[in-house]
Structures are given as structure tokens and as C-alpha cells.
Design a protein around this ligand. Structure first.
Ligand SMILES: NC(=O)c1ccc[n+]([C@@H]2O[C@H](COP(=O)([O-])OP(=O)(O)OC[C@H]3O[C@@H](n4cnc5c(N)ncnc54)[C@H](OP(=O)(O)O)[C@@H]3O)[C@@H](O)[C@H]2O)c1
Length: 333
């Protein structure tokens, strides 16, 4: 089997570390793994398949040697280096929001739109974590019933804010104040309906990301999407309460059956036995979990459901690795 030179930028962060775990777990065919982060991490060593790999500053990356570079960096770093990686000849797959709004950069979820991957375009965006899990579940329902509008409320884990988010929750759980808090309020014992900057119209950045990205990924530019995004004191895995309306009447049982046969989804829809998706059970998994599927009384075309996924895996690292796997499978490299 052919093996590939893989670069990871942002390798010391939560998503970067999860990428390394995912490529081990999924046995991604790696010839050489090169790890990059900031100057602060110079000479740090990270274990991969039993070998210690030294982390280098991203400025020192020679992208002409990479078949794939997975970026797990903030937007400003991705914006600077991902085009260099793509120009180097390999594929650049970016986890930040730097390129998602660009017309000629596709946001890829392999279960939905891998047909957009080509040999000519070398830069692809990973979706925002809360959008990824929502799109995976809504796509098969949309294909069968035609999506008309969506309302979603999220319950998002602190690991979605990276290392600093986890540090703030842990410090507060131990009765301390975080040294470098990322949230404008305490997160322990709290739910904060505010993720990313407010836009002046009452929406925060995460809500706007969900609206834009869901439309782009599903190819439905006019889809009405009402999102409320909430940070909750959970370490890992985002949960979402979804109300979706369709063009045709939809029955909860048929919808459950449709989802159970769809790629990347695990159905947990057995309330009689207290079985429904839970953050604690979704941790470390690459699939999206769906359950609590219900019709809405007096509203034939509507469905309510509960969706959970590991934000660091399907919401970031696993989806990025799956894109690389798809590029290999489609013989594009
Ligand atoms: N966390 C999630 O659930 C999630 C989900 C989807 C997308 N994302 C996106 O993925 C990206 C990474 O998120 P994260 O949660 O992993 O953040 P994180 O834990 O804070 O990690 C940030 C990474 O970026 C590196 N970095 C910072 N400044 C740098 C610089 N000047 N040059 C090179 N590298 C630098 C850090 O290296 P040092 O250790 O050297 O500082 C670290 O490896 C972000 O764009 C985020 O929006 C995150």
C-alpha cells in the first residue's frame, strides 16, 4: 500500500493532538509524519506509533515535501501557511474558519460532498464542529424529504475553545480562576449563550458560521437556519437539539430508518431503555449519534431530534483525516 508524507500544523493543540490519535486509530498510511506549531513548542516531542517526533516552528516547514498538510491552527496562521502548503503541491486541509467563506474553497464532509474533491484544487476547508454533525444528519433526510427550514440549539463542550477552554473549566472546578480565561463569564455551573463575537445584529459568530456553512455544504443557499449556540460545562462532545421542517410529510419511524442506513451515523433512538445520544458515550468516536426522533404534534412536515458528536473528532480531526483518505481512495494523489 502506498504511504504518504503527512504534515500537521498546530500539532500541540487539542485538534492537532487528536489528528495524531486519529491517524493512529484509523491506520492512515503515513510514510513520514512532520509536526509543526509555534516557536513556543520548538523541541517539544510527540509520540507517534512508538517514535518521538520533534515539533518544529511552522515557519520552517518545507511544504514541497508534504503530500498532505492538516492545519489545526487559528485562522491567521492557516491563512498565511495553508496557501503555501497547497502551492507546494500537496493537499492542504484546514480546520480553521479562514477559507470557509471563499467561493473557490469547498467545505468538505466526505459523507456528503466528496465529489467536489479534485486533482486541481489543493486547498479544502473542514467545517465548523457544530455544523459538521448537523449536516451529516440532515443531509440524508434532505435528500429524501427536502429540507425547508431548520432551528438548532447547541450545547457545546469547552474543548471547542481549544486548550484554554479546557483549562478554564478545570481551574473553576478546582475553585480557582483561570489564568487566561476565554469566556466572558464563569463556565463551571453555567451555560453561556455566546460563542464568538457578536455581529451587531444580535447573533454571535458561531451562529453565523452554522447558518453559512450548513447552506454551503448542503448546496441550499436560501435555507432558513435559526441557530442559538451555547457553551456548557462539558469537557468533550457537542450536543444539539434540532427542529427541522421538510417539503413533504415526514414520519419519525421512517426518518429513524433512513438515518440508521446512512453513512457516518449511529442511531440511538430507544427511549424505553433510556438510549439516546450522550456526550460521555460519543467521546473518541468518529460517527455522529442521532436519537430522540419525534414528530411535532399538529405539524406534519416537522421533526425534532437530538444529535451528539465528538467535536475534536468528527467536528475536526477525524473529518480532516477522512478527507485525506477520500483523496487517496478517489485516486487524486
Ligand atoms: N477545538 C475544536 O473542537 C475545534 C473544532 C473545529 C475546528 N477547530 C479549529 O481548529 C483550530 C485549532 O483549534 P484547537 O482547539 O486545537 O486550538 P488549541 O488547542 O489552542 O491549539 C492551537 C494550535 O495552534 C498553534 N499555534 C498557535 N500560534 C501559532 C503560531 N504563531 N504559529 C504556529 N502555530 C501556532 C499552537 O501551538 P503552540 O502549542 O506552540 O502554541 C497549537 O498547536 C482552530 O482554528 C479552531 O477554530 C477547533
Amino acid at each position: 500500500m502506498k504511504e504518504y508524507n503527512l504534515f500537521v500544523a498546530g500539532a500541540t493543540g487539542l485538534v492537532g493532538q487528536t489528528i495524531i490519535k486519529v491517524i493512529e486509530d484509523r491506520n492512515f498510511p503515513v510514510k513520514n509524519l512532520s509536526l509543526f506549531a509555534s516557536e513556543r513548542s520548538r523541541e517539544k516531542k510527540i509520540l507517534f506509533r512508538g517514535n518521538e517526533i520533534e515539533v518544529k516552528p511552522v515557519e520552517e516547514a518545507d511544504f514541497t515535501k508534504a503530500d498532505f498538510t492538516l492545519f489545526a491552527t487559528d485562522s491567521d496562521i492557516s491563512r498565511k501557511y495553508a496557501p503555501l502548503a497547497a502551492a507546494g503541491g500537496g493537499y492542504a486541509i484546514d480546520n480553521s474558519s479562514a477559507f470557509r467563506k471563499e467561493k473557490d474553497v469547498d467545505i468538505i464532509i466526505p459523507e456528503i460532498n466528496s465529489v467536489l474533491l479534485t486533482k486541481d484544487k489543493k486547498l479544502y476547508a473542514n467545517p465548523n464542529c457544530s455544523t459538521a454533525q448537523l449536516a451529516v444528519v440532515l443531509n440524508p433526510l434532505h435528500k429524501k424529504y427536502g429540507l425547508r427550514r431548520v432551528a438548532v440549539s447547541t450545547y457545546q463542550a469547552v474543548s471547542g475553545s481549544g486548550i484554554k477552554g479546557v483549562a478554564q473549566l478545570n481551574a473553576e472546578l478546582m475553585g480557582r480562576k483561570a489564568n487566561d480565561p476565554v469566556y466572558p463569564h464563569p463556565i463551571s455551573g453555567n451555560c453561556i449563550p455566546h460563542i464568538g463575537a457578536f455581529d451587531g445584529d444580535g447573533y454571535c459568530e458561531e451562529e453565523n458560521k452554522m447558518v453559512f456553512e450548513l447552506r454551503k455544504i448542503l448546496g441550499l443557499p436560501g435555507l432558513p437556519v435559526a441557530a442559538t449556540t451555547v457553551r456548557v460545562p462539558v469537557a468533550e462532545c457537542h450536543s444539539e437539539s434540532v427542529l427541522a421542517e421538510f417539503e413533504t410529510p415526514i414520519n419519525a419511524q421512517d426518518a429513524a430508518q433512513e438515518l440508521s442506513g446512512s453513512p457516518g451515523i449511529i442511531l440511538q433512538n430507544d427511549e424505553a431503555n433510556n438510549i439516546y445520544p450522550l456526550a460521555l458515550n460519543s467521546k473518541g468516536r468518529d460517527e455522529v449519534f442521532a436519537g430522540r426522533i419525534r414528530n411535532v404534534e399538529g405539524w406534519d412536515n416537522a421533526l425534532q431530534l437530538w444529535i451528539v458528536a465528538d467535536n475534536l473528532r468528527k467536528g475536526a480531526a477525524a473529518n480532516a483525516v477522512q478527507i485525506a483518505e477520500k483523496i487517496i481512495e478517489m485516486d487524486l494523489i
